[in-house]
Design a protein around this ligand. Structure first.
Ligand code: OAD
Length: 272
């Protein structure tokens, strides 16, 4: 992207009263968290859609917990990168100026919150929450391994030998029910409350910034055409074209951690 379009983007950003940001796995790639699609996207021989699903849980909940145990272990050793921090700074500056800012993320790693983002809309849940299948309670849980039985399990190596976990080895709630990751799996509905908060942030926004998402998973991806219908300017930061690149007014090609800090280093224009 040329210096001229960068300047045009920054000038629109400065004037924006309402900003929405949609992020995906790419924003955490430079923190060392693998994305779902593309290189490094497979866990053993499985892709995300075949393991993050109610069907996979029905077949083998121990295998699904192994996958999440691995992702939790990996995420625990990762820190927010300059891209997460630039978004948190933008939010603080915009909110301090009395403007509206909504961060909508498909990520479950918690790195936006760690970077200082105040209340991101987490469309797909959290790696750090578990839900009881019996009593329905959702609790914070940072145990790695998730239970002692899962210690050392979850290697992504395609030749890793999967062992069958017994029902007693699965994580359990105080009430005795089995705990599952509090993550929205393929084929499951998103929380109404989150969808409403995301839609409220996008409708009527002046600018939607789309960072590090392939934009192929709905309903998250649908927020881009929604913003377009509402007349927002749309900017994308990604290392390669996504499914929504053709809807974007500005396309910045490169890593989020590399591009966002200087791109977003602007102050809002004082209100007239
Ligand atoms: P994907 O793995 O589908 O896409 C990651 C995107 O990030 C791709 O478009 C990459 O080009 C881009 N990317 C990679 N490195 C980047 C970097 N350093 N800077 C900027 N962009 C970069 O991930 P999502 O779009 O988040 O759902 O996937 C959506 C959902 O599908 C996920 O939330 C997950 C997954 O299955 C659930 O777990 C329910």
């Amino acid at each position: 992207m040329s210096t001229a379009s960068r300047e045009r983007f920054q000038s629109s950003l400065r004037r924006a009263r309402k900003i929405a940001v949609l992020t995906g796995a790419g924003v955490s790639a430079e923190s060392g968290i693998p994305t779902f699609r593309g290189a490094g996207g497979l866990w053993r021989r499985y892709d995300a859609t075949s393991i993050a699903s109610p069907e996979a849980w029905q077949r083998d909940p121990g295998l699904v917990w192994e996958f999440y145990n691995h992702r939790r272990e990996r995420a625990l050793g990762c820190a927010p990168n300059p891209g997460h921090r630039a978004l948190a700074r933008l939010e603080a500056v915009w909110r301090d100026a009395g403007r509206t800012f909504t961060l909508i993320t498909q990520n479950v790693d918690g790195l936006h919150e760690q970077a200082g983002s105040r209340d991101p809309v987490r469309l797909h849940g959290s790696l750090w929450q578990v839900r009881c299948l019996a009593c329905g309670s959702v609790t914070e849980n940072r145990d790695v391994p998730i239970t002692p039985a899962f210690a050392g399990s979850g290697s992504p190596d395609p030749d890793a030998r999967a062992r069958r976990f017994t029902a007693a080895e699965l994580p359990h709630c105080r009430c005795g029910g089995v705990l599952r990751p509090h993550i929205v799996w393929f084929g499951e509905a998103l929380e109404e409350r989150d969808l409403a908060a995301a839609a409220a942030g996008v409708e009527g926004c002046d600018l939607l910034l789309v960072v590090g998402t392939s934009a192929v998973v709905y309903p998250a991806a649908g927020f881009v055409p929604l913003a377009r219908r509402h007349g927002a300017l749309i900017a994308e930061v990604n290392v390669e074209p996504s499914a929504v690149t053709s809807l974007c007014d500005f396309v910045f090609t490169g890593g989020a951690g590399e591009i966002l800090p200087s791109l977003l280093d602007v102050a809002p224009e004082p209100a007239p």
